[in-house]
Design a protein around this ligand. Structure first.
Ligand code: PA5
Length: 465
């Protein structure tokens, strides 16, 4: 095992540690090897045909992204990213994993690079305060939408275009970067007509699998993150996931474990708990990946199945004081995945004080690093003793190489899980109706019936208290 690699410890998911009723046996895992071979073969074929293009992203040429990033970093004080779902969660999670939450305030961390802002909602109060706080004249704006027409992103884009016009008198097209499909979509047309900078999202890469395209890489490179290392980490994970043997492939093993717990024990909730503030946003990215990819009504053969585990985010040690009581003593409907960092970037020592008070003095001389990891260990052991299945992803340090590994591993795990459930993990038909109803309410041409449908709903005031 290399000390640069992330590894998963599944001990506390196995029968020998957590008991026959709660655990999984090696034979259970072996029983899925033929299925794993089939899924592996099918995914390889799709990869070769470029139908599932995220697999090859670590080997893409990123020189255009780096070039644009350096130009923007040298010219603007601020960078604003507009996107939603897969077009925002990836860049946000890279930023929060690899910079501190004080990046915008710490000159020593920013190193003269732009302050970074990410808006992934249409919250009027947040947008209005952003406009008050930030000088748009000195702000480069990236608008990211694969489809080119997502209402929330386009609304934000129109608002910020207008703000730039008002503050500068006109728009310098090089201030705007459109990251979208190479050919289709409204944003592609606008970018070409208006002469904005633009970077393509490769066809065959869906939103939630796009973090290693310009979607995630541009903002990372602008803020000085080594994107070559991110890609190298992903490529190293690709190698480790190239073998169909469940016992050597970390992504397949994780998928198999969750699948077994879900389908054989009814564990419908998958909690991911990071003992690291930096990794909290990465869990939000994973939540979208797992939820949108596997939450499906229909199997590929048309059968109605209603698949999917509900992913839940937790951050330790904070959520030990919030969620752990439920996980220890509540229903047996969960698996828990810990993210644990071996070496943090900083060591923070706890001072010796109040030596006469035993309830405090034991902490003195230790570090926060020891404390947070002791809490993680204690929590996993306590859960295992209570027959609660949990595993631990060990991340030796947080750096672009390990973060690249994690992104890639979770994406392969998700794609492979689609094969286990025999559903399509790359579509999201369940979000379409909500979009159509929104279009209707906002007066989009062609959606008049949807507006009528909403207006025709009879609200019984008895149920409104
Ligand atoms: O994973 C997905 O495909 C979605 O979550 C999309 O990323 C999200 O709906 C935004 O879509 P778009 O990038 O087309 O604006």
């Amino acid at each position: 095992m290399s000390n640069k690699e992330v590894h998963i410890d599944f001990n506390f998911m196995m029968k020998e540690h957590i008991g026959d009723d709660s655990g999984i046996s090696p034979e259970d895992i072996d029983s899925l090897q033929d299925e794993a071979n089939r899924i592996h073969r099918e995914l390889r074929e799709k990869r070769e045909k470029k139908e599932v293009a995220f697999f090859d992203l670590p080997y893409e040429d990123t020189s255009a992204i780096k070039h644009t990033a350096e130009d923007i970093a040298g010219k603007y004080d601020n960078f604003l990213l507009l996107g939603i779902g897969g077009s925002a969660l990836g860049p946000i999670s890279i930023h929060n994993a690899l910079h501190t939450s004080f990046y915008n305030r710490l000159d020593s961390e920013r190193n003269s690079r732009p302050k970074m802002y990410f808006l992934d909602n249409v919250d009027p109060d947040e947008t209005a305060s952003f406009l008050k706080a930030i000088d748009m004249e000195k702000t480069a704006v990236a608008v990211i939408t694969k489809s080119g027409s997502t209402a929330e992103t386009i609304a934000g884009f129109l608002i910020f275009l207008d703000a730039i016009k008002k503050s500068c008198g006109s728009i310098d097209p090089s201030q705007i970067i459109a990251i979208t499909d190479p050919v289709s979509g409204i944003l592609r047309n606008i970018a070409e007509n208006e002469g904005y900078r633009s970077i393509e999202i490769a066809p065959g890469v869906g939103g939630r699998f796009s973090v290693l395209t310009a979607v995630g890489l541009l903002s990372a490179a602008i803020s000085g993150i080594d994107i070559d290392e991110l890609m190298a980490g992903a490529a190293s994970m690709d190698k480790r996931c190239s073998n169909p043997d469940i016992w050597t492939n970390p992504a397949y093993m994780k998928a198999v474990m969750e699948f077994l717990f879900n389908t054989r024990q009814g564990r419908n909730i998958s909690v991911m708990m990071a003992y690291s503030e930096a990794l909290g946003s990465m869990i939000e990215w994973f939540v979208q990946l797992w939820a949108e990819s596997l939450g499906k009504k229909f199997r590929l053969d048309g059968a109605t199945v209603f698949t999917g585990q509900t992913p839940v985010k937790a951050v330790g040690a904070t959520d030990q004081h919030s969620q752990i009581q439920l996980y220890m003593e509540g229903p047996h409907d969960k698996t828990i995945t810990f993210l644990r960092v071996g070496e943090f970037n900083n060591e923070v020592r706890i001072p010796n004080a109040f030596s006469e008070i035993g309830g405090i003095s034991y902490l003195g001389g230790h570090t926060m690093n020891e404390l947070i990891n002791a809490e993680q260990k204690a929590t996993e052991v306590a859960l295992a003793k209570a027959g609660r299945p949990n595993c631990r992803i060990d991340i030796p340090f947080i750096n672009p190489f390990t973060i690249g590994q994690l992104f890639y591993m979770f994406e392969v795990q998700t794609a492979f899980s689609g094969g286990l459930y025999r559903i399509n993990p790359f579509d999201q038909p369940g979000v379409e109706e909500g979009k159509r109803l929104t279009f209707g309410m906002m007066g989009r041409k062609g959606f008049e019936e949807k507006k009528k449908e909403i207006e025709s709903i009879k609200i019984n005031s008895r149920y409104v208290i």
